[in-house]
Design a protein around this ligand. Sequence first.
Ligand code: ADP
Length: 262
Amino acid sequence: WYRATVLRLDQGGSDRQYLLSFRDLTEAHRLERMRSDFIANASHELRTPLASLSGFIETLRGPARNDAVARDNFLEIMQKQAERMARLIDDLLSLSRIEMKAHIAVKDQVDLTTVLNHVVDTLRPLATHLDIEIERHIDPGPVMVLGDRDELTQVFQNLLENACKYGQSGKKVVVELKNNGEGIKATVQDFGPGIPEEHIPRLTERFYRVNIETSRAQKGTGLGLAIVKHILTRHRARLVVRSRVGEGSSFTVAFGPQKAKA
Ligand code: ADP
């Protein structure tokens, strides 16, 4: 898409001069499209649990009015739907907060070993509940990066939570931090079912889920990796995803060169 503008430069004489300028609208159109797709998806995701809640309310006021067993059953489902809406709204707010900060440079020195150890400790109960053992390969001693501590905590929390949710019960998940000649790299690896190759480039799109049923069952909103991508862009860090179906997946955050301490 281009927008063409024609400007007449001559003063009305016989030699006509025009200035023709083109503006590339492809990018603007793409962004506009993405914005409206996002709003449509978000509305759909919020409407689904809301529609289900309305349906149950109607049933509880009508046919199931005097059925105690159905009432308990329905109330439990309704609570889950309400929790799902709350999770969606929390994730949408996180995403919008991060987007607002996208152009503000990160400026704090953050120790990644502390962040990773904290995240492992926070998610250990979930892992234990799923019969997954979290193995740490984190050397003692600080590994400093320029960043925002809360945002980096959220990145590793989302990656480790996914590794547990989509990993395999009875198997381990490995959290590794490397700081060598190749730079600083933090990896979360699982030995779950893996992700078919064609899905990998789209994982960080908002609301993209490889398997909607599994993701829903795992209380997923489809926004976790979009949040990760936005935070990492602000940190000038890359997300490298490797996965093999039947073997597992690894998500590596690769930080750019860090300025030496003054
Ligand atoms: P969700 O909230 O659904 O977990 P994410 O954005 O965190 O959303 O992840 C997007 C999708 O990527 C998930 O729904 C899941 O299908 C897939 N996925 C993410 N991490 C893994 C993993 N470690 N193993 C297998 N699939 C994964």
